[in-house]
Design a protein around this ligand. Structure first.
Ligand SMILES: O=C(O)CCC(=O)C(=O)O
Ligand SMILES: [Fe+2]
Length: 367
């Protein structure tokens, strides 16, 4: 739900940089990922003008914070990380490592299926779940070097298509992903509590707000991302720069590839830390914290040697709950007008990275 996450392919007509004819001609191609195994040279369609030289090597003070959740200082470290980076790693998070390993194994299994089999579970134009291109693809003239599988609530419908005769594989895949959703949801709730505490809210305040903002169901959206080995990574883009629309995103990455934009520095790599999960602040958390916590601009780059897999869990409130800057943090005034996740996703689907700016409250825009 993230930019990505819920912006729908139905929004083709809002695409910048591509013409309507291109769209009509390539209507099918526009939703079908490349059969990456079949190409040995980067196709023109996937060649980006930008070259992204390796990001600056980061010194200790410029690297993404790693927070041990059992550390008594975790709350203050989190506040610092959310205010300065919008992203951090967590260790001692309680999600079983064998589950995380199995999530990656099962993802690899899915993405290594032959292309025509994966296409049986293609995300349709009016749907959010299934196999397909990154949803933000419609905003770019060039294709990204990645494919995804989006699970909304349950993966069952699509896994029936992927493995019609292999019940065992299908059940195992579903069990693993559903356990992952539950564990990620539990961890996200815990981290939200710590974040509220770090904003100076009392335990009573937190008790009152948490049920309102937390996902009511424990099976929030899960996005499996696959970045195949790329013949020319310097001219390709795994996932273009975006912010997530969620409150928080919890990410498992099999290897380094995620980068975040840091003011005054540029793109900083988020190195894969053994056993850790990456937590990033999403747009709704920026709204809720009245701009104190930053929704971090991030992207994924690709490489020549290994197939990278990432799994993102998008944690957000029930779709119709009003999200607005918390009253305690709104002095002297709220920076954003109230919105719901549902409304916000609609704005994001049309305006992509400008969405947050569009819901700044009139009072601040006028200044
Ligand atoms: O693959 C990654 O590291 C980033 C994934 C991501 O940003 C997303 O799915 O929204
Ligand atoms: Fe993201």
């Amino acid at each position: 739900m993230p930019t990505s996450q819920y912006s729908s392919l139905k929004t083709n007509h809002h695409t910048k940089n591509t013409t309507k004819d291109d769209h009509n001609n390539n209507h099918q191609c526009s939703i079908i990922p490349l059969d990456f195994k079949s190409v040995s040279k980067l196709p023109e369609s996937h060649t980006w003008e930008l070259t992204h030289p390796n990001p600056l090597s980061t010194s200790e003070s410029e690297s993404i914070p790693v927070i041990n959740l059992s550390d008594p200082k975790a709350i203050s470290l989190m506040r610092h990380a959310c205010e300065n980076w919008g992203i951090f790693h967590v260790t001692h998070h309680g999600v079983p490592s064998n589950l995380l390993r199995e999530v990656e194994n099962q993802s690899r299994r899915l993405f290594s299926l032959p292309s025509d089999q994966k296409l049986l579970a293609i995300r349709s134009l009016d749907s959010l779940s299934g196999y397909g291109l990154p949803r933000m693809s419609t905003f770019f003239p060039k294709r990204m070097w990645s494919e995804g599988f989006t699970i909304i609530e349950s993966p069952l419908e699509h896994t029936r298509k992927l493995w019609p005769h292999d019940h065992h594989q299908r059940d195992h895949f579903c069990n693993v992903m559903e356990s992952c959703q539950k564990e990620m949801n539990r961890l996200a709730e815990h981290i939200m509590g710590l974040m509220f505490g770090s904003l100076g809210l009392t335990q009573q305040d937190t008790k009152n707000i948490k049920p309102k903002y937390g996902c009511q169901n424990s099976n929030g959206p899960l996005q499996l991302n696959s970045y195949p080995v790329c013949p020319d990574p310097t001219k390709a883009m795994g996932l273009a720069a975006h912010t997530d629309s969620s409150l928080l995103t919890l990410l498992l990455q099999s290897s380094t590839g995620l980068q975040v934009q840091k003011e005054g520095i540029g793109w900083v790599p988020v190195h894969a830390v053994e056993g850790a999960l990456v937590i990033n602040v999403g747009d709704l958390m920026q709204i809720l914290s009245n701009g104190r916590f930053k929704s971090v601009l991030h992207r994924a780059v690709v490489n020549k040697t290994h197939h990278r897999i990432s799994t993102a869990y998008f944690y957000g409130p029930p779709k119709d709950v009003k999200i607005e800057p918390l009253i305690q943090l709104s002095s002297p005034f709220p920076l954003y007008r109230p919105t719901t996740w549902k409304e916000y996703l609609g704005i994001k689907a049309n305006h992509f990275n400008k969405a947050l700016e569009l819901i700044r409250s009139d009072i601040t825009k006028a200044q």
